[in-house]
Design a protein around this ligand. Structure first.
Ligand code: HEM
Length: 280
């Protein structure tokens, strides 16, 4: 039965439209916290496991998912914030993804991860959000290397210019434009997930979770909400500020936006999905 449920979230996927955007690391937070507690209890009951190792692995999962000040979750929250900004800026792409979702669900159920392959444009919106606004600029070297005459010591954290890679006209046509269609061509343009999660042995450990969690959050938000421009004190619509923080994690600076539930049915579906924040 379709009710917004999936394997990771047996009680339904949490979407809280009443929360402020920057407070709302919901998807990744809940996924990672559920994964962490299930992982920890399963590992602790298994025989012959090193308790310190289990604690360290659980810590990694936790910091990867909590929506407090954690480094990894900041990445996932930043990715979602970027998506909201891009939806304010690109209403046509938003409507197109919503039309695709509505065609599949007829507005009668919330999309699930099982629907992902049937929603290629929604998928392309997520890929284009990751490409247009890459958010994590870091790479850890696992061994010493020489690059163009420069020695890079083992263990060093470098800041690769992912923005330049993701806007390279050799790989992306009209790279400054937000064009999900670039991933629906045959052949599609380069999949940004090959780059934005890092490289080599220290590649992002949470990339599968982030990929599923970010996609599902995007699909659920588009299925139920309209994202638009915010208003000023006189009630006039204002264009969002398009500025980004700098550093290893890049995040859109505060911008005005509006989020409205799309219909009474959407309200009902969100309520029925039995949102459960007690897991946090
Ligand atoms: C869209 C969301 C995310 C992006 C773009 C992202 C990106 C990255 C990048 C670029 C790195 C550095 C890789 C390198 O050194 O080359 C990294 C490392 C890491 N990420 Fe993510 N990440 C995301 C979400 C997550 C989530 C949700 C988790 C956990 C649940 C997570 C866990 C980790 C961990 C544990 C590392 C360190 C891996 C190591 O040093 O061996 N990440 N991530």
């Amino acid at each position: 039965m379709h009710s917004g449920m999936c394997d990771i979230f047996p009680n339904g996927f949490p979407v809280d439209n009443s929360k402020k955007l920057h407070e709302n690391g919901v998807g990744i937070s809940v996924a990672a916290n559920r994964a962490r507690s299930s992982f920890t209890s399963q590992m602790l009951t298994a025989a012959n496991e090193d308790e310190e190792l289990i604690k360290a692995a659980a810590f990694s999962l936790y910091t990867g998912g909590s929506d407090t000040a954690s480094f990894n979750s900041t990445k996932a929250v930043s990715a979602l914030t970027m998506f909201f900004l891009l939806m304010v800026l690109n209403p046509e792409a938003q409507r197109k993804a919503q039309a695709e979702i509505d065609k599949l669900t007829k507005g009668q159920y919330l999309p699930t991860l099982q629907d992902r392959s049937k929603l290629p444009y929604t998928d392309a919106v997520m890929l284009e959000s990751l490409r247009w606004g890459p958010i994590a600029f870091l790479h850890r070297f696992t061994s010493e290397d020489i690059f163009e005459g420069y020695r890079i010591p083992e263990g060093i954290l470098c800041l690769p210019n992912l923005w330049a890679m993701m806007h390279d006209p050799e790989y992306y046509s009209d790279p400054m434009e937000f064009k999900p269609e670039r991933f629906m061509k045959d052949p599609p343009e380069l999949d940004p997930r090959n780059i934005v999660f890092g490289f080599g042995r220290r590649i992002c450990l949470g990339r599968s979770l982030a990929d599923s969690g970010v996609w599902l959050t995007i699909a659920l938000v588009l299925a139920t909400c309209n994202i638009g421009k915010g208003v000023d004190e006189n009630g006039n619509e204002v264009d969002p500020v398009v500025k980004f923080t700098s550093g290893t994690i890049c995040r859109a600076e505060e911008f005005k936006y509006s989020i409205k539930l799309r219909s009474e049915k959407a309200v009902q579906l969100v309520k029925e999905s039995q949102l459960d924040y007690n897991v946090l």
